[in-house]
Structure formats: C-alpha cells, structure tokens
Write a protein that binds this ligand. Structure first.
Ligand code: G1P
Ligand code: ZN
Length: 542
C-alpha cells in the first residue's frame, strides 16, 4: 500500500527565518507540501524507525497537512508519531513534547503571526531532537534535497482519526494522539510558583489574556482560568479559528487592539498579555503601561531569582542583534555572559544546549528559557505573573524601577511591508557599501562608532552566519539597524530598528517616538528608504 509518486522539484523551498512559509494557495499546488516533507525524511534519517511529533497552530490547511504527513511518515518507515489531538500543538508545546518523549524531532505546521484562512499563509518547519528549530545546516540540507527530488512515498489510507486522545496505527506505524495541553501545563507548573500566583489572583489582581483566536486559547484557559483560578472571561478570543477571526494573530500594539484599548482604559485590569498564532510570542502590558519586549527580557533577567526554576541564577542571557541592549546591562550587573545572535530562534539552540545561556529574547515579542527550545508566549506570561505575585507591585512600577537602576533603552521598530523586493535589496546593497565611510562621522548629532553588516560566529560549533543586518552604532550606545525580513510572503519587508540609551531618570518618562525622532530621521535620510520605496510612513510601528 506504499505508493511511490513521481514528482519534480520546486525551486522556492528554502526555509526562511522560521521554516517554509507561503500562501495557502502556493502550498495547495500538487506535490508542493509532499516534496518538502519527503526532503525532511530523506535528510533526517534518524526518523526512520524513530518517533516524530506532529502538530500545528490550527490554521487553514493544518488538518489536511497532518493527514499527508502521517501517511508519508508511515511510508518512510517512521515507527511512531505523536500528534496533538485535532492536529494541534502550540510551537512551545511541540518543543516540550519532542523533548519530554525523547523523540527524533517534530514537524510543526504554522506561519506564526501571519494571517490565516484560505487566502492567508501556511508554513511548515522541522524541529530537531533537542526540540528546537533545525539549525541552518539542516534547513540547507532539506532545501538542497528539494532541488533534486524525483519521488515521494505515501501510503494510501482513509482519513485518519486525530481528534480524540488514543493510540491507533497506520500500517506498521503507531499513532499516538495526545491531549495538546497537559504535558505543557505540567511543565509550566514545575517551573513557576502556582500557589503564589493563585493567591495573588484570589486576592483581587485582575488579568486579561488575548489568545487572538489562535492556538493559546485552550492552553491559557486551562492554565490561567483552570489551574490558577483567574476569573472566567480572563481569557478572551480563546477559541482557535482557522482564519483567526480574520485578524493578524500578532500580539503587538497594532494588532492586539482590543486588549490594548482595555489596558489603557479608565478601568484597566492589572495585567494584560497576548500571544500569537502558534503561541510562541508574547506581549506584556500593565494598567496603562506597555512593556517593550526588549525591556521585558531585561526585567525578567533581573528578577529571575524570584522564580523557583531560576532561583539558582542564570548561566547567561542571549538576545538577537536587533533587540535592545537592555539585557546586556543586567548580564553585566549579574556578572554573567551575554550573547548577541542573528534574528531567529534557531540561533539560541546551541547556547541553550551547551548551558551557556538560560534566558533568550528577541525584540519581536519573543522570550524563553532552556525549558524548551522555542520562544514561549505563555511561559513569559507566567514568568511575569510570578514576579508580580512575589513583588506585589504594579507592572509600571517594576519597569520604572528597572530603568532607574539600569538606565532606559528607548526602542522602536518601524516595518515597511510588501516593498518591491529588488528595490529593498538594492537599498541594502547601497547602504552596506557606504557603512565604512560613516565611522567617525556624526549622524543626528551623535558620533558613529562602528558600522557593519552583522556576522555571527557561533561559539559552540564555530559556524558563521553572515549578512544578518546592517548596524550603525553610536558612541553613546544608540543604534540604527536595517534588516530584511525572512518571514514575509509578499515582496520584501524592510525593518528599521532604532535604539537610544538614557541613563538619566529625569528623562526616562519621555515619549519613545519623540526621543527617537532624530535617529529615525537620520536613518531615513541616509537610506532614502521612503523615497525609494514610495512610502511616506511605516506600515507597523512597534
Ligand atoms: C520575525 C522576527 C524574528 C522572529 C521570527 C519568527 O522574523 O523578526 O525575531 O524570530 O519572525 O517569529 P523576520 O521576519 O524579521 O525575519
Ligand atoms: Zn509565532
């Protein structure tokens, strides 16, 4: 019953920042998904006779893809597949399951925060046996295989039942359908002081968690309302929908509007948070207060000793290059190492595996620790709730005290989306050529101390990743960074990241965009970004 299907390669199956992402209609081309899945089996030979985890964020095409993957796994000699019921697993839960059951890896179906539905995006990625996104050598090997593929193997089968936890089989392969939430919830309970959080919530602290009609709905309902006793209704938009209700499931000030309005209303809850399509991102809010992801990482690091799992200290802190340098200052204070990696969670894998870093974070609303090998939205929410339960102060007070102690890194990111790809590439090439001549000159009244295209030498495996973003650094710690997104599906997305360090507490309550305006203007003048892209403003400011 194994069928060998003849196919021809697609030229566009190189995984980006986080797996292969395309429009649903692109994935619906005959053999498109199958070619990529076969390339995974052909290159990841440990899966033969091994165990594979499969799950996704529930977006349109998720269910179809799960059926295909199960049938192909059986045809490729996989011994056992662990599937989240309904084909669902949040990205951090998939990472936790891969690790807990010591499997040979997992296939995660998600396009993260990108819109879903029939006209939206779909995505697929392979995570290795450490639970983390496959390293670049692996994604490149998979890509290389997609370019030479001639056949794929699949078994014929009726629709496989995946909605109820149970163990079934497909040919020789065992299929274990598991509850997608319980392993993850148990892991969270082992890391945090649930009793302290429960007591805080019972004594009147209010919270709102926006699941954005995405995968964290069932997780948040079980953990926040079920196990921690948050008032019913604390979780909003908690039912996952294949099109996320037509919204961008991206937890930021632009897309989590309903939540932001409530937190900035006259009667706000004490704490607010949201997560994205696949549950790995987080946004943290206090009453009338927004915590930037870069600050969130720094505050978490500075307060980690209050959390049971991190009571004995952190080994190191890692952040992606465009993330603000706020966490570096905490690392220096704690006397531990800090690391600056390229954008994308996969670069944290080696640091976590080797025990060099405990906490990792990205400016793009991502934070996590060594408990999994993905960023983890609900984990970050629980981390903050645990800090609040111990300190019994407001979110705003905690962050403001942090700035007083460490200084404030004012920070913003401006995204120009769906820019013509050639224009964007040319802009980057032109700007890169001018970088050496900028060093020593003044921009926005500040002295440029260095300017380069960021290149990363992995301290563990000595691999080098070049071309990771253009950085212009100033002698006062300010930075301007230009980077092309690796996750977009239409044209190019140009990201402009701006940061300015302010040690003076008197000036730390100013408005971010105002403080950063001179640097933003300088960046736009230097790159001619708006003239070249034909845009007068960014599409999204975070
Ligand atoms: C974006 C974020 C990056 C994150 C990735 C996956 O990638 O900037 O930090 O790891 O999504 O969630 P980008 O589109 O910038 O390549
Ligand atoms: Zn995500």
């Amino acid at each position: 019953m194994i069928q060998t299907i003849t196919t021809t390669p697609f030229s566009d199956q190189r995984p980006g920042t986080s797996g292969l992402r395309k429009k649903v209609s692109h994935f619906q081309q005959p053999h498109y998904l199958e070619n990529f899945v076969q390339a995974i089996f052909d290159t990841q030979t440990a899966l033969k006779g091994g165990t594979l985890v499969v799950g996704g964020d529930g977006r349109y095409y998720n269910r179809h893809a799960v059926q295909i993957i199960l049938r192909m796994a059986a045809a490729n000699g996989v011994n056992r597949v662990i599937v989240g019921a309904g084909g669902l697993l949040s990205t951090p839960a998939a990472s936790a399951v891969i690790r807990k059951y010591q499997t040979q890896g997992g296939i995660i179906l998600s396009a993260s925060h990108n819109p879903g539905g029939e006209d939206g995006d779909f995505g697929i990625k392979f995570n290795s046996d450490n639970g983390g996104p496959a390293a670049e050598q692996i994604t490149e090997a998979i890509y290389a295989r997609t370019k030479t593929i001639t056949h794929y193997a699949i078994v014929e089968s009726e629709e496989i039942a995946i909605d109820q936890p149970q163990t079934t089989a497909l040919g020789e392969m065992a299929i274990e359908i598991i509850d997608p939430v319980s392993d993850y919830a148990e892991l969270m309970e082992s890391l945090f002081d649930f009793n302290a959080i429960r007591t805080m919530l019972a004594s009147g602290t209010t919270l709102r968690f926006d699941a954005m009609h995405a995968i964290t709905g069932p997780y948040a309902t079980e953990i926040l309302e079920g196990r921690l006793g948050a008032a019913p209704g604390s979780v909003i938009n908690g039912i996952p929908l294949p099109d996320f209700g037509g919204h961008h499931p991206d937890p930021n000030l632009a897309h989590a509007k309903e939540l932001v309005e409530e937190l900035f209303s006259a009667t706000p809850p004490d704490f607010g948070a949201a997560s994205d399509g696949d549950g790995d991102r987080n946004m943290i809010l206090g009453a009338n207060f927004f915590v930037t992801p870069s600050d969130s990482l720094a505050v978490m690091a500075a307060n980690a000793h209050l959390i049971p799992a991190y009571r004995n200290g952190l080994s190191g802190i890692a952040r992606s290059m465009p993330t603000s340098c706020a966490a570096d200052r905490v690392a220096a204070h704690l006397g531990i190492d800090h690391y600056e990696t390229p954008t994308g969670w996969k670069f944290f894998g080696n640091l976590l595996d080797s025990g060099r870093a405990t906490l990792c974070g990205e400016e793009s609303f991502g934070t996590s620790s060594g408990h999994v090998r993905e960023k983890d939205g609900l984990w970050a929410v629980l981390f903050w709730l645990n800090i609040l339960a111990v300190r019994q102060e407001s979110v705003a007070a905690i962050v403001q005290q942090h700035w007083q102690q460490f200084g404030r890194n004012f920070y913003t990111r401006h995204d120009y989306e769906a820019v013509d790809a050639t224009t964007a590439q040319q802009l980057m090439t032109d700007l890169e050529q001018r970088l050496p001549s900028l060093v020593g000159t003044e921009l926005a009244g500040l002295e440029v101390s260095s300017a380069d295209n960021f290149s990363y030498l992995d301290p563990v495996d000595a691999s080098v990743s070049k071309g990771q973003g253009l950085r212009i650094c100033f002698s006062d710690g300010s930075r301007i960074i230009f980077r092309l997104s690796g996750t977009g599906t239409v044209g190019a997305t140009l990201r402009l990241y701006i940061e300015k360090y302010e040690p003076d507490p008197q000036r730390q309550s100013e408005e971010t965009q105002t403080i950063l305006q001179p640097l933003i203007t300088a960046a736009l003048e230097l790159s001619q970004l708006q003239q070249r892209s034909g845009r007068s403003a960014p599409d999204v400011i975070t």
